[in-house]
Design a protein around this ligand. Structure first.
Ligand SMILES: [Zn+2]
Length: 500
């Protein structure tokens, strides 16, 4: 009878094989979708200060602010744990890691930046709201400086961001083109007052962007603040997307229009996040002893298995996926090998994955709470982007859906693995069964005359077009009307004097 250790190794090897084969069949095993809000979300938990919706909003706000780098290797996830003994919170942050100490520098910078932001929120009852607001946006601009310069696509020599993004247009030039084109479209649904306000505020943002591009390094921070304020003022008109999308394609190509709208919206969000956090600090007083905890799992959890990959791994994989009775149209092994993937190629790929795969940030957070259960465990894990297919599947299966992820972009990243821990073994086996079922579904289609269409979303609603590169998604920020409803629902703990 195999020992628990052997069983664990076997399951991890099977997991790598299943992931490798599925990734050869489909790049995005599902279309993007939002996970449905759990039925328990509506229930009021007397042991918690945060409602479910506030926890989603807070975690996604902090994940957005914590995404300080545009490097695809620096994907983070955040959860918020309530600490009843101090009536405060712990913000737990993880980053995708290949080894226990991977990306430590970035993680430390995020921890420091968020600690400063939370520290400024802690003194909300001792200062004027406007003063706190100013000091919070100041800390946000400082922490997110490089990411903001990346969103602007700044040409400054001290702006450090992904080389490929430097080929994209500077936001100022997009705005300049939009300003020249706006008003020529003759769209009768746009009022003159809306157009005037748009032009005035867009010119203001353009002027701030120009100053940011040309200023001395010591003034960058001040000009970033001006850009964020101007972007917020422009976005708060609520008509940016409508006005930009009415520009004729002969004046401005649709990709440039959508890039301008998305970047203005992201820049404005830094300001909105600061306003939201200050409001939350005043109403709930949860930041007074707030801490930021980076997830640091022990090296044993990152241990890699030296088990040799069997040369017949394709046969093993196909046999498992076929099940006891092969479904109608299930291809023969020879056909799969001839048309999809050679045996040696799959075995080599599995070996490569076992040696280089990463433990994604969401998985690290789940694992952390397995090792250190909390009195009031977090219910929500948010990332700087939507979760990948495997993280979403893993979190949904683990612990009967103990955690909620807002959604998935549906893409499968084959360099994904689980930490070696007995508490994850059951989920690993469930994950294998789910992946085998998905391979069973995808194999006949992959051998068909036309490429396999993406499978329909299993639950929730499809909301975004699929993207095929690791992408940064916006935080799940509710629409203004929804936000007001959430704010109204937040439990108020009496007046200023009653907060500790
Ligand atoms: Zn992931």
């Amino acid at each position: 009878m195999p020992s628990q250790e052997q069983e664990q190794r076997q399951q991890h090897l099977i997991l790598a094989e299943n992931i490798a084969l599925l990734s050869r069949l489909v790049q995005a095993p599902t279309a993007p979708y939002d996970n449905p809000r759990p039925s328990s979300a509506a229930a009021r938990d007397p042991g918690r200060v945060l409602s479910f919706d506030t926890e989603v909003c807070l975690a996604s706000t902090l994940a957005f602010l914590g995404s300080i780098s545009d490097d695809p290797c620096h994907v983070i996830a955040v959860c918020v744990e309530e600490v009843p003994s101090t009536r405060s919170i712990q913000v737990v942050v993880a980053i995708n890691k290949e080894w226990p100490d991977s990306q430590e520098g970035v993680l430390n910078r995020i921890q420091h930046g968020l600690t400063v932001v939370l520290g400024r929120l802690a003194c909300v009852s001792e200062a004027e709201e406007a003063q706190v607001q100013e000091s919070v946006i100041d800390a946000v601009a400082d922490m997110c400086r490089q990411r903001i310069l990346a969103r602007v696509r700044s040409r400054r020599p001290d702006a450090r961001y992904h080389r490929k993004k430097r080929q994209h247009a500077w936001l100022g030039s997009l705005l300049q083109r939009a300003l020249e084109a706006v008003g020529r479209q003759g769209d009768r649904s746009l009022s003159l007052a809306d157009l005037d306000t748009f032009k005035r505020r867009a010119r203001r943002l353009l002027a701030s962007l120009e100053l940011l591009e040309s200023c001395h390094e010591k003034d960058v921070h001040r000009h970033i603040l001006a850009v964020l304020r101007a972007a917020h003022r422009l976005q708060s008109t609520g008509r940016v997307a409508a006005i930009l999308s009415a520009i004729p394609t002969t004046d401005m190509e649709p990709t440039a229009v959508s890039a301008a709208a998305a970047r203005v919206e992201k820049l404005a969000r830094y300001w909105e996040c600061s306003v939201y956090l200050v409001g939350l600090a005043r109403s709930l007083g949860i930041f007074r002893r707030a801490e930021v905890i980076p997830v640091s799992l022990g090296p044993e959890l990152f241990a890699r298995d030296a088990t040799p990959v069997p040369p017949d791994c394709l046969e093993r994989c196909v046999e498992r996926c076929k099940g006891r009775i092969a479904p109608l149209g299930f291809p023969r092994l020879e056909e799969i090998e001839k048309r999809l993937v050679a045996r040696a190629s799959l075995a080599g790929y599995v070996r490569q994955l076992l040696g280089t795969a990463k433990v994604h940030a969401e998985v690290q957070i789940v694992c952390r709470y397995e090792l250190r259960p909390a009195a009031v465990p977090p219910r929500v894990i948010c990332s700087g982007k939507n979760a990948c297919y495997l993280c979403n599947l893993f979190v949904r299966l683990h612990g009967g859906g103990a955690y909620h992820l807002p959604g998935t972009h549906g893409n499968l990243y084959p360099g994904w693995r689980l930490p070696r821990h007995p508490s994850l073994q059951r989920t690993c086996a469930q994950l294998n069964r789910a992946l085998e079922a998905r391979v069973r579904e995808a194999l006949p289609r992959s051998l068909g005359p036309t490429p396999a269409p993406a499978a329909p979303a299993r639950c929730g609603t499809r909301t975004r077009a699929p993207c095929f590169l690791p992408c940064r998604r916006s935080p799940r920020w509710p629409a203004p009307r929804r936000r007001r409803a959430l704010a109204a629902k937040m439990p108020r703990r009496g007046g200023r004097g009653s907060r500790r």
